[in-house]
Structures are given as structure tokens and as C-alpha cells.
Design a protein around this ligand. Structure first.
Ligand code: AMP
Ligand code: GLY
Length: 427
């Protein structure tokens, strides 16, 4: 079948790499894609929210399967756009309906959902300008640290963890009164801080059944030892040593099962990936957040580790056979390490030439997935903060990380930085 992947990051590069291997895959298109995806299909310069142009492309190229990478088009209703139009309704669009995408698009929606279905999560309250004064009192009486979250999508920047009441009150005012994140912070969720280790679990669902397709731990801070500013993600490992069968059992019985049951009971239309951001609090899993898509850079470790054919798996969400699929993983450990531009997550330069990508990718069991890159006169140059990621495998987690670093040692661009301590806490 002909396939369209929507997006342009490392996640989409990994999706293109994985889907191109399927015997069910004919022509692959990526909109807009990047130089990394161009190795597996045809990049088409259409932006992810240009639904009309995506529809025209899908019809022209006889697309039968669309995988939506980022959250924004999902929250904006790309699933419904294709599903409600008789010309495109038969296309298998992987992603939830706009209503179900509110599990990521609105923190208040997802907290209400978890409350209705008794899914463990941090205690919380929500505030708008209408109950502004109550929020001030709520914060002042709350234990520290305290977590403030913009209700809507804020490009990963809408969460503040305040360690003093003063800081929390200042952020509260900035978000709600000064509209720091525009409409996204016109409502806030204020919640209890959960102490523990974060882990992400990825499922694929058709709204009735689900399959777990992997899990990962990501490293969000820019600095080694988890210090400094938050980023989109600096690396990941999978599998995570503490994700043993007993813990996974708890995750399934208290979180994933009840979430899918809730989706079903509420009649939410959901055919796609569901990303559970979890906190392991002394052996008990809590939900930090839902995302209605795959993670980036989590996808760059979970797809190389996933042995099962992804195109067949995605087809199974459409024909009612998801339950019957047998998920298989590769042996060994996987790690991915992100190379970023100098200055990231602050301001950074662009259009810097990158050398050595092919050399790194030629190492055994080493994969280079491009994220913020572009072509300039046939040369690959930097275009974003997170530039590319190198994934590698090995018999142990340490070996996998070392192999990823070996791959990165072949790649150069001016100002290139990466964390050398991914997976540091696991012996
Ligand atoms: P979110 O956008 O909800 O994933 O939040 C971004 C990050 O903030 C998460 O990945 C966590 O590291 C942290 N975080 C969010 N909520 C909490 C919480 N209730 N307790 C502790 N950390 C949190
Ligand atoms: N790496 C976190 C995310 O994709 O949201």
C-alpha cells in the first residue's frame, strides 16, 4: 500500500525507516519530512496543518495509510477531516479523533478523564480568571514543590515546577493573568508534585483493544546528571531496568486497561498511538500525562527494538485484528543520544554543515535519525535545536549507550553537543 507520514522530526525519520522495511509498503511519502526521511520515500513540502493540501496529495497518490506524527494536527482534527469526507473516509488514519486527542490537548480534560476512571494521578484543582482568587489561596496552602500546568498545548513549555510559594504565585499570575501561553494558559491545572522516576509506555489502540509496543526512559534536561533547562529530550534507553513484569502488570491493570476501557465506555474514537507518561513512585505507577502520539526521541529507540512489522500492526487497528497480533522485540538493549545545536534549548545558529552521517550509519546496528536538518545545495545542514539522534544496540544498556556515542563520534557540526551520561543511573 502507499503510505503517508506526517511530520518532519526524528520520530518521523524512525517511522519512515521502519515502515519502508515492510513487505506491505509500496510508495512512501513524508510531509514535509527532512533529509533523513528522504532516504526512505518522497518528501512533499506540505505543512502538517494544511489538511486540504494533504487530502489532495492522499487522493493523487492513492494513499491507504496515514500516520500522523505530531500532536498539533491531531488536536486540530486531522482524523475527523479525513474520516468525515467520503472521498478520504476509507483511508486508515493513525491518530485519535479531535475529541479523543483532548487527552493530550487539554490537561483539565485528561485529569477529569482519569478521575472518572479512577486512574492513579497527582491530586489537582483547576483555575481560570473566574476563580483567580481561590487559586491564590489554593497555592498558598499547598505543600511544596507544586506543579502548575497550562491547560492547552504550549510546545512542551507549559509546565512549571515551583519550589517556593512566591515562585508559584508569580507563575500563576504570568500564565493566567498575563496570558504567557495565550489561550493555552487561560485555564491552569495545579497539582501535587510526584516524587519518583519517569518512564514512558507506548500503546497502539483501536479504541477497544490495545497492544504495548515498547517503553523508554527519556532524559529531558540539557545537562549531565539531569541538570539545567528542560529540552524536548536528549536521549532515551529501552528497555528500562525497573520495568520488570511485576511493575508492567501494575501499569496494565491500574492504568492502561482502565484508560482503554474509559475510551470505549465514553465512545471516544481512538485509533492510534497512546503515550503514557508515568511516574514510578516507589513501585507504584501514576500518570503524569497522556500524549496522543509517539514520543520524540522515544520513537527512535522503541522502533529499532520492535521486531514486529509496523505496517501490519497499523493495518490491524483498522480491521479489528489488533488483539491477535503477537508483539516481538529484538534482543538486547537500545539507546538513542540526541545531538543538539550550540545554545539549545535557548537561541541557536542554523544552516551549519553536518559531516559524517553516512559514516556513523554504516557502523553495525547503528541508526542515524535526522530531526532538525535540511538540505542546502545538496548538503545536509542544521535547521533546528535538536539536530539528529544516533540509536545503537548492545548486549547491555551501557554497551548500547557506548555504541551510540561511537556513532556520534563520527558526526561533526560546529557547536554540536550531546549528553555523555544517558542511562547513567543504571549499573
Ligand atoms: P508534562 O507536560 O505534563 O509531561 O510535564 C512536563 C514534565 O514535568 C514531566 O515530564 C515531568 O518531568 C514534570 N512533571 C509534570 N507533572 C509532574 C508532577 N505532578 N510531579 C512531578 N513532576 C511532574
Ligand atoms: N520526548 C517527549 C515527548 O515526545 O513528548
Amino acid at each position: 500500500m502507499n503510505i503517508l507520514i506526517i511530520g518532519s522530526g526524528g520520530r518521523e525519520n524512525a517511522l519512515a525507516w521502519k515502515m519502508a522495511q515492510s513487505h506491505q509498503s509500496d510508495e512512501l511519502f513524508i510531509a514535509p519530512g527532512n533529509p533523513g526521511t528522504a532516504a526512505f520515500g518522497t518528501n512533499v513540502p506540505i505543512q502538517v496543518n494544511d489538511f486540504a493540501a494533504l487530502k489532495a496529495l492522499a487522493l493523487e497518490k492513492n494513499i491507504e495509510l496515514i500516520v500522523v506524527g505530531p500532536e498539533e494536527p491531531l488536536v486540530n482534527g486531522i482524523y475527523d477531516f479525513f474520516n468525515e469526507d467520503p472521498a478520504t473516509a476509507s483511508i486508515n488514519v493513525i491518530g485519535p479523533s479531535a475529541q479523543a486527542a483532548q487527552l493530550e490537548g487539554s490537561k483539565a480534560f485528561s485529569k477529569h478523564f482519569m478521575q472518572r476512571h479512577k486512574i492513579p494521578t497527582a491530586s489537582y484543582a483547576e483555575f481560570t480568571l473566574e476563580n483567580y482568587e481561590q487559586g491564590l489561596a489554593y497555592i498558598s496552602a499547598h505543600a511544596l514543590p507544586i506543579v502548575l500546568k497550562a491547560d492547552g498545548l504550549a510546545a512542551g513549555k507549559g509546565v512549571i515546577i515551583a519550589t517556593t510559594h512566591q515562585q508559584a504565585l508569580t507563575s500563576y499570575k504570568e500564565m493566567l493573568q498575563d496570558k504567557q501561553f495565550g489561550e493555552a494558559s487561560s485555564k491552569l491545572v495545579i497539582e501535587q508534585f510526584l516524587e519518583g522516576i519517569e518512564v514512558s509506555v507506548f500503546a497502539l489502540t483501536d479504541g477497544h483493544h490495545y497492544q504495548i509496543i515498547g517503553h523508554a526512559k527519556d532524559y529531558k534536561r540539557i545537562g549531565e546528571g539531569d541538570t539545567g533547562l528542560n529540552t524536548g529530550g536528549m536521549g532515551c534507553v529501552s528497555p528500562v531496568p525497573f520495568m520488570d513484569e511485576a511493575f508492567m502488570q501494575k501499569v496494565e491493570s491500574t492504568i492502561i486497561g482502565p484508560t482503554i476501557q474509559g475510551i470505549k465506555e465514553e465512545g471516544l474514537v481512538y485509533k492510534g498511538f497512546l503515550f503514557f507518561g508515568l511516574m514510578n513512585c516507589g513501585g507504584i505507577p501514576y500518570v503524569i500525562e497522556y500524549n496522543c502520539r509517539l514520543g520524540d526521541p522515544e520513537t527512535e529507540v522503541i522502533l529499532p527494538r520492535l521486531q514486529t512489522d509496523l505496517v501490519s500492526l497499523l493495518a490491524a487497528t483498522d480491521n479489528g485484528t489488533l488483539e491477535d497480533v503477537n508483539i516481538q522485540y529484538q534482543e538486547g538493549a537500545y539507546a538513542t543520544v540526541m545531538a543538539v545545536s550550540a545554545g539549545y534549548p535557548g537561541a541557536y545558529p542554523k544552516d551549519i554543515a553536518i559531516q559524517g552521517i553516512e559514516l556513523a550509519a554504516s557502523l553495525p546496528e547503528t541508526y542515524v535519525f535526522q530531526a532538525g536538518t535540511g538540505f542546502q545545495e545538496n548538503e545536509v545542514v542544521t535547521k533546528g535545536g535538536r539536530v539528529l539522534t544516533v540509536t545503537a544496540t548492545g548486549p547491555s544498556l551501557k554497551a548500547a549507550v557506548m555504541n551510540a556515542q561511537k556513532g556520534l563520534s563520527k558526526i561533526q557540526f560546529e557547536g554540536m553537543y550531546f549528553r555523555k551520561d544517558i542511562g547513567y543511573e543504571f549499573p
